[in-house]
Design a protein around this ligand. Structure first.
Ligand SMILES: [Zn+2]
Length: 208
């Protein structure tokens, strides 16, 4: 725990004073523009890869960046999405998967889930990833199959996101746009799902 306590000390003594005005504004209200749904993976740090600040992103995370299909059960993810859309009125909802995702690795090799009854049940939500798997990319070598399934999972969860009643309604009224992203840990680059062209494309242009 020492490292965390030391870190908090540094934040409180060195970082916080410089941003005090910003935190003062945020102390009683938040007005985030983006809902960001991603995996729990420790290597995905949204505020780092997007250079955002406190108050910018409303975030919900879970193993596999899953949006459970609408059903009778209430869960933390869909409740959070509803709040973000109906109350915070975010303008964009971004569903972000990532390379080397353990959740999809486990879905490929269910043996890894033998002693994990809850994870095993949870990961049934990613089965659609196999239907939506993307073409293999030779440049991804031995990781190509996993990457194709992870991209398929982004498409699957994006469809689940759009099917949420609050999201469907906000999109229909033109006050919300949804995005499907794939973040590559090795290159630090993001790809975005192009619905019209049915393919993932770099978020940045070739000169960026
Ligand atoms: Zn993951």
């Amino acid at each position: 725990m020492d490292r965390l306590i030391e870190g908090h000390k540094r934040f409180h003594n060195e970082v916080f004073p410089g941003k005090q005005g910003h935190f003062h504004l945020l102390a009683e209200i938040q007005n985030p523009e983006w809902l960001f749904i991603t995996c729990s993976d420790s290597r995905i740090v949204p505020d780092l890869i997007l250079q955002t600040e406190p108050g910018d992103l409303f975030i919900t995370r879970n193993a596999g960046n899953i949006v459970p299909v609408s059903g009778s059960d209430v869960d933390g993810i869909t409740a959070t999405i509803e709040y973000a859309v109906e109350v915070l009125k975010v303008k964009h909802a971004i569903l972000c998967g990532h390379s080397d995702c353990g959740a999809l690795k486990a879905a490929l090799n269910r043996k890894a889930l033998e002693n994990l009854p809850k994870a095993s049940r949870w990961l049934r939500h990613v089965e659609g990833a196999f239907t939506h798997r993307q073409p293999l990319r030779p440049e991804e070598g031995e990781h190509a199959e996993l990457a194709s399934i992870i991209r398929g999972n982004v498409i699957t969860q994006l469809a689940n996101l759009k099917a949420q009643p609050s999201v469907a309604n906000a999109v229909a009224h033109g006050r919300l746009t949804v995005h499907g992203w794939y973040y590559d840990i090795l290159s630090g680059r993001i790809e975005t799902w192009n619905e019209q062209e049915r393919q993932f494309q770099p978020l940045l242009g070739p000169l960026d």
